[in-house]
Design a protein around this ligand. Structure first.
Ligand code: URA
Length: 433
């Protein structure tokens, strides 16, 4: 079928066959097909949707549109964990070595941060020499040798998504469930995952603040995994408040290292343990949650997970000095602590405001080309439900310069809300599919 026929078919609410979806992705990967035709197709897809068969076909065709990672000689469970993105979400830094310590294999292809959420590659940039531009051979070798790798996605993995995503961004077609689900799942499948664990965030700092929408996305991705023979589990987790106490690259690395040593923020630690435990359940087909939780806690307390983190950093060329002495990680020069002007209980710490405040402080990018300051960000001194007095410290902001500091404070202060009564504890894991 010609590209025009495909556009017309979807415009008129037709259903694409597997062959037509294959042709569609061939057109997407063909530079001779102009952006305006792909954009028209995207709008037709956005408005008239894709059913479950079409979405799975699209995912499969996208996943094989470029290079794929293969691990034919790697025995065992190759799992990928994906978060839909949030504020203070440094889970991959803990989960990748933790899962490797548990005997699973993780080939994690990550991205850089944009907007109010951070990116794992930026965080790892705090370690001098750490290589994130690994080629396919190096990625496969590290997974075979160490059971883990964290690398940037090469241009040759899922090129169809690169073109589609950049056009969706410019054509008002990002917020389409089948397009989001196929975009995420195709990249996981192309990176050789035999199991997929999804952390779908819900709340003010997440892609979806509406739990129903997050649930729809989660179910779509689990359905795609089932159809394509890649067992997939999705967990819906809260992102109304930032995850952990640290937001910003070096700050988050400090918190991740604390957590790998058995300390850190209680809520963040709980999420890491629960996700790791779910990964063991998914890959073993057993549901002995308590036993898996205990095993994971044991891997942290024995130092095995931290040893794997050291190996992750050194095997990709990173300097271990800051791993062993996280107090040497950078902190931006312009610092100010914010204090409560009220007595009461902390009833909210709005994730999106903290995320934007951290970006404004210098930790993030509003445009892809922006430079970031690894030492910038926000350190929270309170958690939800804490009792505060007038003058209690709420947060310290670390910024690149005095202007950024002032702007960040303006955004961050209103993130805190107070109540006279102690609020009910908010749930971290909201649902599982
Ligand atoms: N993340 C992705 O990888 N793709 C989308 O479409 C949205 C979020």
């Amino acid at each position: 079928m010609s590209i025009i026929d495909l556009i017309v078919k979807k415009r008129d609410r037709g259903k694409f066959s597997t062959t037509e979806i294959g042709e569609l992705i061939d057109y997407v990967c063909n530079p001779e097909i102009p952006d305006y035709q792909i954009s028209a197709l995207l709008m037709a897809l956005y408005l008239n949707g894709l059913d479950d068969d079409e979405t799975s076909d699209l995912t499969r065709a996208m996943a094989t549109s470029g290079d794929t990672l293969n691990f034919p000689n790697t025995p065992g469970a190759i799992i990928d964990k994906h978060s839909t993105g949030g504020v203070g979400d440094k889970t991959s830094l803990v989960l990748v070595p933790l899962l490797a310590a548990a005997g699973l294999k993780v080939a994690k292809l990550s991205g850089r941060g944009l907007g109010h959420t951070g990116g794992t590659l930026d965080k790892l940039g705090v370690f001098d020499g750490f290589q994130v531009d690994l080629n396919k051979t190096a990625i496969e070798a590290l997974v075979n040798e160490n059971g883990m790798v964290i690398s940037g996605q090469t241009d040759r993995i899922v090129p169809a998504d690169k073109r589609l995503y950049s056009l969706r961004d410019l054509t008002g077609t990002v917020e389409s469930m089948p397009l989001i689900a196929s975009s995420i799942m195709s990249k996981k499948i192309a990176s050789g995952a035999r199991y997929i664990l999804l952390d779908v965030k819900v709340g003010s700092g997440a892609m979806f603040s509406d739990p129903e929408k997050a649930k729809t996305l989660a179910l779509k991705m689990v359905g795609i995994g089932k159809t394509l023979g890649v067992p997939t589990k999705a967990v819906l987790t809260d992102m109304n408040v930032p995850l952990g106490k640290m937001v910003g690259n070096a700050l988050e690395v400090r918190e991740a290292i604390d957590t790998l040593h058995g300390g850190g923020d209680q809520r963040f630690r709980e999420l890491c343990i629960r996700l790791a435990s779910k990964a063991l359940a998914l890959t073993s087909g057993s549901n002995n949650d308590q036993q898996f939780d205990n095993h994971i806690v044991g891997l942290i307390n024995s130092g095995k997970a931290f040893d794997k983190f050291r190996l992750l950093i050194s095997s990709q060329g990173g300097d271990l000095t800051a791993v062993d002495h996280p107090e040497m990680l950078p902190l931006a020069d312009f610092q100010k602590t914010l204090y409560s002007d009220t007595k009461g209980y902390i009833s909210g710490i709005e994730a999106k405001k903290i995320g934007i405040g951290s970006m404004v402080s210098g930790a993030g990018r509003s445009r892809k080309e922006d430079k970031i300051n690894l030492g910038a960000g926000v350190e929270l001194h309170v958690s939800l439900g804490d009792s505060v007095n007038k003058g209690s410290p709420l947060a310290t902001v670390y910024a690149s310069d005095s202007q950024r500091l002032a702007k960040a404070i303006e955004v961050i202060l209103p993130a805190f809300t107070y109540a006279l009564e102690k609020p009910d504890p908010s749930r971290l894991i909201l649902a599982e599919y």
